[in-house]
Design a binder for this molecule. Sequence first.
Ligand code: SF4
Length: 491
Amino acid sequence: MCGIVGIYAHAPVAAELYDSLIHLQHRGQDAAGILTCNQRFYVKHGLGLVREIFSADDILKFHGHYGIGHTRYPTAGGYNLSDVQPLWIGSPYGIGLAHNGNLVNYKQLADEIRYQKHRHLNSSIDSEVLLHLLADGLDQGEYVADDGSAYFEKICGAVKYIFSRAQGSYSVVNTIIGKGLLAYRDPHGIRPLVFGERNNADGSKDYIFASETTMFYALGFEPKGDIQPGEVAFVNEKGTLFRRIIEQRQFRPCIFEYVYFARPDSTLNEISVYRSRLRMGQNLALRWKEKFPEIVPDVVIPAPFTSNTAALSFAHEIGVRYSEGLYKNPFIGRTFIMPDGKERSRSVRYKLTPQKTEIKDKKVLILDDSIVRGTTSKEIVKMVREFGAKEIYFVSTCPPIQYPCYYGIDIPSRKELIAAKLSEAEIEKYLGVDKLLYQTQEDLVEAVTRKGNHHIERPCMACMDGQYITGNINTEKLQQLENIRTSERGE
Ligand code: SF4
């Protein structure tokens, strides 16, 4: 799970890439990088938060009117600087890359590059393989001198080649020196990629491609929808935009973006994340009333901040007071994406402070977006109990997560997933709550797809239903992928 951005502008672009990464910080807090180009690349990578990596001086040293940026939380690879994007390769032309997603056939493709093509891979991330595939694709056929429609044909051929080789999820932005800015999205459209335009006073246009729309307003870009599944968009050096859908398979965007990952002010795949969360809370409340008609909590408290929106509509639907009874310190990272289990548990207490006035002697309903490992939820329940709650109910807007994600979100291995090991009754007991209620898969899909001018039949929910859409993931392959993930984490 990462944030990517690519901007083509009629002025130096580095400061706007920096601002974009600040607006994508929630998609990865482990590392970040910016790459711009004119006749050469200007690159800086670093570990940590965006504002810790780049100084004002750094931004002045970047040149070029198009470039790309990346914020990272690793789902593949290690914690080394060589694994931080954007990556680049010198031939052909000089290509830079920022990728969000995950390839399930990374090992096979990496082995081909190393042992059949005798090339060096300098990182342990699947994104580098995508870079080589694009280089291979662009190297095929005749050399094309200009960056016009003939070159766009060449690009389409190269991306088609990637679609035929890469299995998994990939939303990608590339710079190609002397040619322009490229963006493409895998044929299932698993990871998001939105698109915007900005009109300049002289009649020219600037373009942005990003994981989310979060920076559009601040930078003056008008949202123009999504890059479609299997679509290629290319802005050449002169600022001409080319777009084409090359190959479409069943549209299966990640439903977990709406549950947890995306910022609520984003619109992805023509669906407002904020509104979808309101509907999640509403659907869950209807189920609550159906299942426990006799139980009425005194307050509904969200596990902040991702759950606030759903808790608001849940409380409204059951006619109970919404209360911010857990105060969140915003200066500590999200617990779900902290890699070490012990850290995660300890950080809950640093991060959340219960408010006695909202909890003591009350029947408290805690609403969280999801229960992944169960450690954070258990800690929250413990804290609320310590602050004198009379009864505690726990509801989750996400159905039980029983399978790992191999498409770019850090839902690691079955042995870490509480719902893969325990029944709902056992989880209720483990958390120490009086009642537990999960959203159903059908209600979640309904909440996400009810409104919006979209064409999603069923989103990806492989982490909930085990139906992986790419990569022929069967039991054997699942085990193989789990082993790779476990060894990468050094467990
Ligand atoms: Fe999203 Fe889950 Fe699919 Fe991964 S498996 S892409 S987290 S819905």
